[in-house]
Design a protein around this ligand. Structure first.
Ligand SMILES: *[C@@H]1O[C@H](CO)[C@@H](O)[C@H](O)[C@H]1NC(C)=O
Length: 149
């Protein structure tokens, strides 16, 4: 709630899920496009406002959720753009294991990566190093991904 970019992306996702449950989602298309524009603009503004290596969890979460939005409702091309930005931001932060929230954000990023790759037959951005973490990733679950992400 304190990061405008993350808030905008969550509103976009909620509105998109809502629209997809309506009989005639075409009516909401213009509103969804302006929410999408606002989400990307606010991510841009937040990125402009800080040094890249200090990119904080809420902004990384916003970029990850924006990628998942594109995987679910948008285009693979835009998904790739957000995932490339996400990979860059996470690498500047010091890698997946340096993300906060006790590993939750790390798991959210891997979950989005694996499910989007599974759904679209596209490549993985964050290959799991299972030898190091000792954690086995959960299998992709498109039903859960599309319903809850
Ligand atoms: C956000 O920034 C990217 C990269 O600079 C740019 O290509 C894009 O047009 C910007 N989008 C908005 C909505 O500001």
């Amino acid at each position: 709630m304190t990061e405008p970019a993350l808030f905008s992306v969550i509103i976009l996702l909620a509105a998109s899920h809502y629209a997809s449950l309506q009989g005639n989602p075409g009516d909401m298309r213009i509103n969804l496009l302006s929410l999408r524009y606002e989400a990307v603009s606010s991510i841009n503004r937040s990125l402009d406002a800080q040094r890249p290596e200090s990119t904080y969890d809420a902004l990384i979460g916003a970029i990850a959720k924006m990628a998942s939005y594109e995987a679910m409702f948008g285009s693979l091309e835009n998904y790739d753009i957000h995932m490339q930005g996400l990979a860059k931001a996470i690498s500047l932060r010091g890698g997946l294991t340096s993300l906060g929230l006790n590993g939750l954000l790390h798991r959210i990023v891997v979950w989005i990566d694996q499910n989007a790759a599974f759904l679209h037959g596209s490549s993985i951005y964050f290959p799991m190093d299972t030898s190091a973490s000792g954690e086995t990733p959960s299998d992709p679950n498109p039903g859960q991904f599309l319903g809850r992400s």
